[in-house]
Design a protein around this ligand. Structure first.
Ligand SMILES: Cc1cc2nc3c(=O)[nH]c(=O)nc-3n(C[C@H](O)[C@H](O)[C@H](O)COP(=O)(O)O)c2cc1C
Length: 301
């Protein structure tokens, strides 16, 4: 299942037009959760009620993990990890307002190394009626650096009876299998690993079902996937240069793990058309896999 990026409860509460755009999703994305952040229990409750009525998501998710200062300053995201009574009031208000719509939450393991409190926050959230908890195994202070602490994630699994979803540094099917066996998490969540290799979900599913790791996707297939992603985005917007400029950050993520990533990133920074992308793909395949595949890909692009 997927969760939208986090949406400001204050923006929803004030019916801010730009904020409301972030609530959009397509039916094919279900089961989908809408993630809210904020620090005012009353406004969060009201925003939750509005979102459930307008969009009928499959669940609402509360963000208690965002480390970005702009969010933390306004008492949102990970700042609530330092204020457990407020975190609990927020969760209770949203659970009450969402009615039959399930509410889940995403936390980090704590504010900093000296105040790791994931077990406490998870218990409070469970008591407040939250039905699943995703734990990113880093502290707020770590941001996205260092390593995720899966031991603490395992402690949360032991402490609550709602499903716990483990998150942090999962970038292969084997890593998912290992962390699941070590901690007993009910599920896993992938961030950056999915941004550079969205096909990882198929690999994980196959590995969990068969115990055998599939060989990684070949370079030509990766390029086919990337070009299709861009073509679908252009078809959806009907506007090529602007959409391709918007796709540059996606392309940067794809380049991670590809050979010659540095050169690719330079090329991606100015790509403005599907044709331009096809040229980059052909040259890249030429350099790394031989001319035969490259010619084939240009023909089919
Ligand atoms: C560009 C970017 C945007 C993110 N946006 C959100 C968000 O809106 N809500 C959220 O809960 N986590 C967000 N995250 C955090 C990820 O969900 C995840 O917790 C984190 O990246 C660690 O997992 P990973 O090691 O698999 O990337 C974001 C991460 C990145 C890199």
């Amino acid at each position: 299942m997927v969760v939208t990026e986090f949406v400001s409860a204050e923006g929803i509460f004030r019916r801010n037009a730009r904020t409301l755009e972030y609530l959009e999703f397509e039916e094919c994305e279900r089961p989908v959760g809408i993630q809210l952040f904020g620090g005012d229990p009353e406004h969060l409750g009201e925003a939750a009620r509005m979102v459930v009525e307008w969009k009928q998501p499959d669940f609402l998710d509360l963000n208690f993990g965002c480390p970005v200062n702009k969010v933390v300053c306004k008492n949102g995201g990970s700042s609530l990890l330092r204020d457990c009574p407020l975190l609990e009031r927020v969760a209770r208000a949203v659970v009450r307002a969402a009615g039959p719509c399930p509410v889940t939450a995403k936390i980090r393991i704590g504010w900093d190394r000296g105040s790791v409190n994931a077990v406490t926050t998870a218990r409070l959230l469970e008591e407040a009626g939250v039905q699943a908890i995703a734990v990113h195994g880093r502290t707020k202070e770590q941001g996205y650096s260092g390593e995720a602490d899966w031991e603490v994630i395992g402690e949360v699994v032991q402490a609550v009876s709602v499903p716990v979803i483990g998150n942090g540094d999962l970038n292969s099917a084997e890593a998912v299998g290992r962390r699941r066996a070590e901690t007993g998490v009910a599920g896993v969540m992938l961030g950056r690993g999915a941004m550079s290799a969205p096909w990882i979900f198929g690999e994980i599913r196959e590995y969990l079902e068969t115990g055998v790791a599939r060989e990684g996707m070949g370079l030509a297939d990766q390029w086919g996937f990337i070009q299709r992603h861009c073509a679908l985005s252009v078809a959806r917007s009907g506007e090529e240069p602007h959409t391709m400029a918007g796709m540059r950050s996606r392309l940067m993520a794809y380049s991670r793990g590809m050979p010659g990533a540095k050169v690719l990133r330079e090329q991606f920074s100015s790509v403005g058309s599907l044709e331009g992308l096809a040229g980059i793909a052909a040259a890249h395949l030429d350099a790394h896999e031989g001319a035969g595949v490259a010619a084939l890909l240009t023909e089919t692009a």
